[in-house]
Design a protein around this ligand. Sequence first.
Ligand SMILES: Nc1ncnc2c1ncn2[C@@H]1O[C@H](COP(=O)(O)OP(=O)(O)OP(=O)(O)O)[C@@H](O)[C@H]1O
Ligand code: SF4
Ligand SMILES: [Mg+2]
Length: 383
Amino acid sequence: MAKNKPEGYLTAKESRKISKENRRITNQFEKARKRRNVPESEYMTTMHNADNAVEFDNLHTYFFTDAGTVKSVDGVSFDVPVGKTVGVVGESGCGKSVTSLSLMQLIQRPQGQIVEGEIRLNLGNGKAYNIAKTPNEKMMNLRGNHVSMIFQEPMTSLNPVFRIGEQVNEVISLHDGEGKSKEEIKARTIKLLEMVGIANSEGVYQMYPHELSGGMRQRVMIAMALACSPRIIIADEPTTALDVTIQAQILDLLRNLKDKINSSIMLITHDLGVIAEMADYVVVMYAGRVVEKGTVREIFTNPSHPYTIGLMASKPVVGKQVDRLYSIPGKVPNPVDMPDYCYYKDRCEMCVESCSGKYPGEISLSETHKVSCYRFYDRKEEK
Ligand SMILES: Nc1ncnc2c1ncn2[C@@H]1O[C@H](COP(=O)(O)OP(=O)(O)OP(=O)(O)O)[C@@H](O)[C@H]1O
Ligand code: SF4
Ligand SMILES: [Mg+2]
């Protein structure tokens, strides 16, 4: 069997060996995480730029699975400036959600671990947490208060057996309830429901999630996420499950609320239209790495990485008639066994001679526009 085994096939012996090695590695990480009284010096840091709410710096998040190590996020760096919206785009499985879950420390442990890099979260007082090293008890205070997340499918995020009011009340009393009476918390919940555009807020307070429409449930999720005026809101495909008109309303709502509480949004989506409408900056990810980033204008008017060019070509344009929409040929490489050359090379239609070299470093096309591609090597110096 071992002689002619198909590619990717693991024998029981190989799989056992991988599991044993995985346990050894993850135990080390877990041991470090579970220490008590971790000194502040290990996780307190300072922002490289005080105008940023979050800085992802060479983040590596891996999953140690029985089939091998999945390098879901493999050296991701980008900033989320205060008060701005950063759109993160990329094909399914490219590591968008894992990047955002790393910021919340909600990666499925023990197999999922941040193995390298920093995520600096600005606390606004000249100090910052390095989330990659922050102990669990500190994270409890950060989630909801500093960072909160709106998930794709509100039905799976809301608890079906509790009324809406109880669920929003719980968020407020956990994070912001000190010294508040039950009536005060209820009044705040009702106010929040009104703020997210739910007309019959007293009625909805008494309802169960299944009694609401998809759009209303998503509004409730937004109300819960904004309950404590977080500095950064992660919205992971917040409108994918909704129809277009409700989608537009929810996006408007998110934008207005963000401005009201001056927070930043990290918006994850497949939809370039949503990015164009909402984002100030765009980060394009491919196979666990950032291949291009820039202002929304730079990315839309001058897409430079062949993958970004492919993404732009595969979106429909109003008024432009085409027989067939462009689709990017081929598929993403196996995350367990990434090549050591450009990850996009096997699908790229713009290859140059140097493309078979090592993975390309980042080239600056402007102060804000960066791309990792050999096509630009002769024009600019590697950073
Ligand atoms: N718990 C896990 N165990 C093993 N691998 C995982 C786990 N969670 C995510 N991955 C892997 O990490 C990679 C990135 O996944 P992620 O969910 O971040 O993709 P995504 O960009 O959010 O995709 P989508 O657009 O479909 O939501 C994928 O290859 C996925 O299989
Ligand atoms: S480095 Fe080469 S293979 Fe990779 S995206 Fe650029 S042109 Fe294509
Ligand atoms: Mg995802």
